[in-house]
Design a binder for this molecule. Sequence first.
Ligand code: ATP
Ligand code: MG
Length: 561
Amino acid sequence: MAGTEEPKPSHFIREIITRDMETNKYGKRVHTRFPPEPNGYLHIGHAKSICLNFGLAAEFGGLCNLRFDDTNPSKEEVEYVDSIMEDVRWLGFDWQERLFYASDYFGKLYECAVELIKIGKAYVCDLSADEMREYRGTLTEPGRESPYRNRSVEENLDLFGLMKAGEFPDGSRTLRAKIDMASGNINMRDPVMFRIMRATHHRTGDSWRIYPMYDYAHCISDSVEGITHSICTLEFEDHRPLYDWFLDELKLYHPRQIEFARLNLSHTVLSKRKLITLVEKGHVTGWDDPRMPSIAGFRRRGYTPEAIRNFCERIGVAKRDSVVDMALLEFCIREDLNLKAPRKMAVVRPLRVVIENYPEGQTEELDAVNNPEDPAMGTRKIPFSRVLYIEQDDFREDPPKQFFRLAPGREVRLRYAYFITCTGVVRDDKGDVVELRCTYDPATRGGDSPDGRKVKATLHWVSAGHAVEAEVRLYEHLFKTPALGAGTGNFLDDLNPGSIETLRSCYVEPSLKNALPGFGCQFERLGYFCVDADSSEGRPVFNRTVTLKDTWAKIEKGKKG
Ligand code: ATP
Ligand code: MG
């Protein structure tokens, strides 16, 4: 890491690794992995895990593997595998040649199971799923031993071999670890290791009729890859004894499992099952809908990898669950874009303005600053002419006290252009104002008055004859309630019906005419926007990435005050 970087705030996982390095526990190695199940697209919660695993490895000069946990072929798809790789790379991380699949180890997992049978630690069980549930007991009651628990090693080896050979119907038998049906930890009550399932696997095809369970596959995969610190979310804390049991019984190299609190974010859901529901039921346009908390959605919306990484660093790593306010993520996006995004002029709800004393047919080019935060980004020319558009919101015929923008008889500044004064309005049949008549002061070119005359507002604008018509999509939270699932109801009931507003007759400055999808900029006074892939030749479509209003600062201030 570059020496100029600020020291990172420490957290318990970093401390564990630091200690393990000092005591030489793993031969001064740090080797982590990110183990997604390819049954959905990655979301911002996964980004936290990615940043943690890849970040810690980089920090300690170690390695991080990408491993697909593809043990359940019934829900997994190649589309997901591809999207996950794209998203991890986009976030800025590199697994180099270390791309693995749990399915790479199916053979090894089978052999280990045979080993456990041989030492009397695994058996073939004929209980059905329902029966097994019944035998399992509850949190307060011990389980009962399966009637098949004391089969001989020979019989178990024989039956397990036949399971593998496809001799039995799906679900008719399982291979279970022989641990302790009376254990206080339900995970230790003879958990299933292999199940029979006729499903075509995206990598191994139809060669397997039995598939390993996550708990069994995960620890052995970690061990095979020489992982040192196996970082996972808190719900696996109760599975750790099982992780340790398998590796101890098999006398395999033993990584350490460490659990941390998963990320929960306000106003959205971070569960693949729920996200899939949103996609499948058409509540969003797809996994990359800009309202989705998926990495693909955020990318399309104009969020940057730097901002997401920064967010993940800022939220820290804890042992207790909490909900992070979406406002913090938006703050991180804004902070990054403020430094990088070129400024542009765009009017999303246009009101026509005619400058009566400006010569008809004349155009002039005015200088506009590309980014006040970064002088190196220079300036550009923007055209000015007699007919302009300003924002409808920037005019009030009957202005209330605190409204300082344009009103009849009032003078305001047009950014980088001139002072204008409203001299009249034009109405349609319904009596609505559809056009403003104004005059300009030629002496205020560039937006400064030579006589020190003050105006209280500066408006953005575009030249009607030069502007490019565009579609602009404004986004709000996908869910209207900050803490979902608080009630007993269906999470879909919390969907925000106003999460998208599409404005079809917007006008943007001509430099944006052929901007490419992904291009991000700030529309002055309106927010950060980026070009969407739905754009067509000469007609760009913009997504609002984030508004300019910093709600996070307010939340923080509220806490302190
Ligand atoms: P989901 O609950 O959304 O289905 P998952 O845990 O089943 O998520 P995986 O593909 O198994 O999804 O996750 C890959 C890795 O990402 C795991 O190590 C998991 O612990 C981690 N992860 C998943 N969700 C979060 C989250 N919200 N915060 C932090 N880490 C997460
Ligand atoms: Mg999982």
